[in-house]
Design a protein. Structure first.
Length: 86
C-alpha cells in the first residue's frame, strides 16, 4: 500500500516537502521584492507574477519591473509657488 519513503497517505516524499517552500520563495521573489520595496505597482507585479510567472518571460518581466526604482517614497512632492506680497 505505502512505499518506503512516502509520507502521509498521498505518497509525497519528504524531499518534496522540504524543497517546496524554497521553490515557492524563488517563484514569488519578484512579488516579495516589490512589496518589500513599497513599489508603486506592487499589486500589478504580484498579479503578473502569479498569473504569468510560470513562463520564463513572465517571471523575468515581473522581476525586472520589481527591481526598478519606482517606489512610493521616491516620488518628488510638488511645491506650491512661494508668492509674497510686499
Amino acid at each position: 500500500m505505502y512505499k518506503k519513503g512516502d509520507i502521509f497517505m498521498f505518497g509525497i516524499d519528504l524531499d518534496v516537502l522540504i524543497a517546496l517552500p524554497f521553490v515557492l520563495f524563488f517563484y514569488f521573489t519578484p512579488a516579495i521584492v516589490a512589496t518589500w520595496n513599497k513599489h508603486r505597482h506592487a499589486t500589478s507585479i504580484r498579479i503578473l507574477n502569479l498569473l504569468a510567472g510560470w513562463t520564463f518571460i513572465g517571471w523575468v518581466a515581473a522581476a525586472v519591473w520589481a527591481y526598478t526604482e519606482n517606489n512610493r517614497e521616491s516620488k518628488p512632492k510638488k511645491k506650491k509657488a512661494d508668492i509674497r506680497l510686499k
